[in-house]
Ligand binder design. Structure first.
Ligand code: GLN
Length: 197
């Protein structure tokens, strides 16, 4: 059965993710309530404002998401990447703690505040859109770097969670979403007990 990919649709640019995922053949559900988490196989946490997500989710919502992101494939972009980190620099902002990185909010200031840059995803030159982007300032030993900008990590993976500090849903390049969907399909096959490809 084809997996259902949820997109958290509380705030931010969730619809661009929906369109990109559907264009790549995925079945998408917009998630507005945490009880919908039981009906989806994977989740995208979009960009927006991470502090607003925290307020809208509340502690019970955060706890439900925490359980989800530790067991099912999740892709967080920009504010979503902040939510997935274990640590937000100079802040006691609560997070979901799925990826062992320290993240600095609004890190790039004017330099690449809302700009399009060329980075690298898995060694391929890739256009990246940054909007008040966070920066990954520490990467834990179990974290894999999957995209870089000028040698610095801008997308990382740990287990079934991927975080990107840029907005792949706003770029023409579909590589990041394809990486995520491959992980989703692989995870579903593994849950069914099929050997890895
Ligand atoms: N600056 C935002 C935050 O700290 C993230 C910006 C974005 O998602 N485009 O949450």
């Amino acid at each position: 059965m084809s997996p259902i990919v949820g997109v958290l649709a509380l705030q931010g640019d969730f619809d661009a993710h929906r369109q990109r995922l559907e264009a790549l053949g995925a079945s998408v559900a917009l998630v507005k309530k945490t009880d919908q988490l039981a009906e989806i196989d994977a989740l995208v946490l979009p960009g927006g404002e991470s502090t607003s997500f925290m307020i809208l989710l509340g502690e019970p919502g955060l706890e439900a998401l925490r359980r989800f992101v530790h067991t099912k494939p999740t892709f967080g972009t920009c504010a979503g990447a902040i939510l997935l980190a274990t640590e937000v620099e100079h802040s006691d902002q609560p997070t979901l703690g799925a990826i062992d990185v320290r993240i600095r909010r609004n890190a790039y200031g004017r330099q690449i505040d809302s700009s399009i840059r060329e980075g690298s995803v898995g060694g391929f030159p890739t256009e990246m859109v940054f909007i008040r982007a966070p920066q990954i300032v520490r990467v834990g030993p179990d974290v894999q770097i999957i995209a870089t900008l000028e040698g610095e990590p801008v997308a990382v993976r740990q287990g079934k969670a991927i975080a990107a500090t840029f907005h792949p849903e706003l770029c023409d390049d579909t590589r990041m979403h394809r990486i995520f969907l491959d992980m989703v399909r692989g995870s579903q096959a593994a849950d069914r007990g099929e050997p890895a490809e």
